[in-house]
Write a protein that binds this ligand. Sequence first.
Ligand SMILES: [Mn+2]
Length: 319
Amino acid sequence: MKETNYKLLVAKIKKYKNIIILKHIRPDWDAQGSSMGLAYLIQENYKGKTIVVPGDRLDDNVDFWEDNITDKFIKSALVIIVDTATKSRLDFDRYDLAEETFKIDHHVNIDPYAKNEIVHETAIACTEVITLWAEVMKLKWNSNAASNLYKGLVTDSGRFLFPNTSYKTFNAAKVLLENGANLKQVHDSLFVSDLKRKKYANFAFSKLQLSEKGVGHITITKKDQKPWNYSYDEIKSALGTMSGIDEIKIWVLVIELDDEIKVSIRSRDYEIDKIANKYDGGGHKLASACKLKALSDIDKLVKDLDKVIAKGKKKYDTK
Ligand SMILES: [Mn+2]
């Protein structure tokens, strides 16, 4: 852990008046919670900054929104990137104009694209990294910052059930709860679902196919998606319907989009990131994403994952 970069990040924030916080395309709550939480933290601690958070949002919060970010503003700014492993996943098309860049992340660091970085590969969420940085640097908190960061923590850890949940995760939760995270509001906003969502989950689960070795997969085609009128994130919620089932050792959700076929892979015990690498993707040992060129390639992917189970080598990463 390069703690020196903790101080460096504070120094950079102090130095720059203009700050842009970027995240990955199709943000999840860790990406959004990291970017918004960090923005509220900076606003609370360093007055007079112009802070902008571009890209898609999961809710209608318009804080730190700016329609016209000029090239000049980008060149003058400190650009902080959260929760984004590779440059190609950035939800911003003018990143290359940035002169001062700082990556904060928890993914395997296969693409160190920023000038400086704080990357903790064993952290369960990017918001864990940001929270513990803020704690060490003794920053002042407000409830907006704490609640937003808590959203990333509780979702990326699967409500603190995923194996990589660590004492640091709970330490971060403690810091956030001590400093005004609104648990009830956050949990209701994330986990109370409507009837339609439950029906979608049932529909998706009815499409489950299970291999002999224990690879479960659900494919949601473009045609499947039509009647639901859901965002990508909502369609992706089908992934969770396969977790917590003994017979399903590895589970895969395939989503057909207009321009690509996106695949999410999860596992309780087997390392699946190498297989994701083979299919133009990557991520964590037990949670990865990749792409397929055609829906007919699913069989190949399932066979590769079957082989991982057949080898029988369980990797329970408790670092
Ligand atoms: Mn994340």
